[in-house]
Design a protein around this ligand. Structure first.
Ligand code: MG
Length: 275
């Protein structure tokens, strides 16, 4: 079987930057639209318009059996939620995952947002904290990648950070992945400590890091729609993701407009544009 190289050339990394930018633009548009009364299907349509307008294809539609541009997972749904027509409600915690294929290269990213709800300030605060911990887990993983010799250092950094923040669980049923010509490539990117060192971190490695964090136990099940991954105990979940390239001069977050500069600065990492 043909095995795609784990390591991309500088020209290939520059191509992936285009796919990453389209992914970021689509998710930006989705985030702008999340509000009470809006439906996940409306987000999906808007994200697809942005991607096609930039000359790309929604790469989630290339996954066998999946017809949408985004996954939208609400409350106890963690990932892989199918966009439907049930409107968002005040207080919902909403995770949105999406990606673009532009010119045969892929981007993949996700964010979580909590819709304000003046009637339930404690619920909103807890959910915002869960999302913040998950986002920071992602940035700690990315910062670790910038210094890592092997990929397992990313998962160790995520685990150390999350377990230091309180009673949160890191999903182990689903993990991050390499990305390139395919949205899902080798190697796996664990969000927790593993014994095997994993791939060598060197120029050309591109990975989608995507911690999925829950405010309860880590057990999940898949709903009757055969896609949506949900916490078994009904606890809330959050999901953040970026596609990140390692190159000769440093790292660059392909799906962040600033390459991750603002979020990585407090962690002592300065991303470097791909030469
Ligand atoms: Mg992914």
């Amino acid at each position: 079987m043909f095995r795609r190289s784990l390591y991309k050339s500088p020209a290939e990394l520059r191509s992936m930057l285009v796919a990453g930018s389209a992914t970021a633009a689509a998710l930006d548009e989705a985030r702008r639209l999340v509000a009470p009364g809006v439906t996940p299907l409306e987000l999906d349509a808007a994200a697809e318009r942005v991607i096609r307008g930039l000359g790309g294809r929604p790469n989630f539609q290339l996954v066998p059996g999946y017809r949408h541009t985004l996954c939208v997972s609400v409350d106890d749904d963690v990932v892989h939620g199918i966009p439907g027509d049930r409107p968002f409600r005040a207080g919902d915690i909403v995770s949105v995952d999406g990606g673009a294929d532009v010119g045969g290269w892929n981007g993949d990213a996700a964010f979580t947002v909590v819709i304000p709800d003046a009637a339930r300030p404690e619920v909103v605060a807890a959910r915002e904290r869960l999302s913040e911990v998950t986002e920071q887990a992602l940035w700690h993983g990315i910062a670790a990648l910038a210094r890592a010799r092997h990929l397992n250092e990313v998962g160790a950094a995520i685990e150390d950070y999350v377990l230091g923040e309180g009673e949160y669980g890191i999903l182990t049923d689903y993990v991050g992945h390499g990305i390139g010509r395919e949205m899902h490539e080798e190697p796996p990117v664990f969000n927790y400590r593993v014994d095997r060192r994993g791939a060598a971190v060197r120029p050309g490695l591109v990975v989608a890091i995507e911690p999925m964090i829950v405010a309860g136990a880590v057990d999940t099940f898949v709903r009757d729609d055969d896609w949506t991954v949900t916490t078994a105990d009904g606890a809330d979940a959050a999901h953040w993701e970026h596609s990140v390239a390692v190159h000769e001069a440093g790292i660059w977050v392909l799906t962040a407009p600033d390459g991750g500069a603002a979020a990585l600065a407090p962690l002592g990492v300065a991303p470097v544009p791909i030469p």
